[in-house]
Design a protein around this ligand. Structure first.
Ligand SMILES: [Zn+2]
Length: 182
C-alpha cells in the first residue's frame, strides 16, 4: 500500500519555515532594524571591558558575578541584567573551543617559558607531568572564564536582540528607538 502524500492543510502538519517569505524582495523581517547597532554601543561600554569581565567569569554585559552554582552550573540568565547566556542553539560549541584554546595556550606558555629559562638543559619528566596536569585540571579551572569569555565574544560578533536582556540596561536600543526598522 502506497503512502498518501501529506496534506499541508492538516492541523498536525508542521508549519514550513517562513524564511522563503522573509527573503522575498520588499518583505522585511519585523524584528530586524535597517541598521543594526553593535552590542557595545547598545550597552554603551567597550569591547575590552566586556572581554575582561568575561575573563574573570563575570557577566560581560553588566559585570555581575555569582552566575554559577557548584562551579559548573551556570544560570540561564544573569541575575542582575537578565542577559540570556545561551543566545542560540549550539551556542556552547564556541565555549568548548574557547576552553580548548585557553588550556593549550597555557600549556604552550609554560612549555616555552621553562624551556627558554632552563636552556640548554631543559627539565624532562616533571615538565611532562606538569603538562598532563594542566590538560586534566585546566578545563575545570578555566570553566567559568571560558563560558563567560565566549559569551562576551558572541556579544561582540552579534548584536543584542529584543528579549535577550533587561531593556533598562540597553542605552541605545535600535528596536525601542526605531521600532518599525525603517
Ligand atoms: Zn548581567
Amino acid at each position: 500500500m502506497t503512502e498518501q502524500p501529506e496534506n499541508p492543510s492538516e492541523p498536525n502538519t508542521p508549519r514550513k519555515s517562513n524564511d522563503r517569505v522573509n527573503r522575498r524582495p520588499g518583505v522585511r523581517k519585523s524584528w530586524v532594524p535597517t541598521r543594526e547597532i553593535p552590542s557595545v554601543k547598545q550597552l554603551e561600554t567597550s569591547s575590552t571591558r566586556m572581554l575582561v569581565r568575561g575573563t574573570f567569569g563575570r557577566c560581560p554585559a553588566c559585570g555581575a558575578g555569582k552566575n554559577f552554582t557548584r562551579w559548573i552550573h551556570m544560570s540561564d540568565r544573569c541575575h542582575r541584567c537578565t542577559l540570556k547566556f545561551e543566545r542560540v542553539e549550539g551556542h556552547w560549541i564556541g565555549f568548548l573551543g574557547t576552553n580548548t584554546v585557553l588550556v593549550f595556550g597555557l600549556m604552550f606558555i609554560l612549555l616555552m617559558s621553562v624551556t627558554l629559562l632552563s636552556y640548554p638543559d631543559p627539565p624532562g619528566s616533571w615538565l611532562i607531568w606538569a603538562m598532563v596536569g594542566i590538560a586534566v585540571v585546566g578545563p575545570l579551572v578555566l570553566y567559568k572564564t571560558a563560558r563567560m569569555l565566549w559569551t562576551a565574544i558572541d556579544l561582540l560578533m552579534r548584536p543584542l536582540r529584543p528579549g535577550e536582556i533587561d531593556p533598562r540596561y540597553v542605552v541605545n536600543d535600535p528596536y525601542r528607538d526605531n521600532p518599525t526598522g525603517l
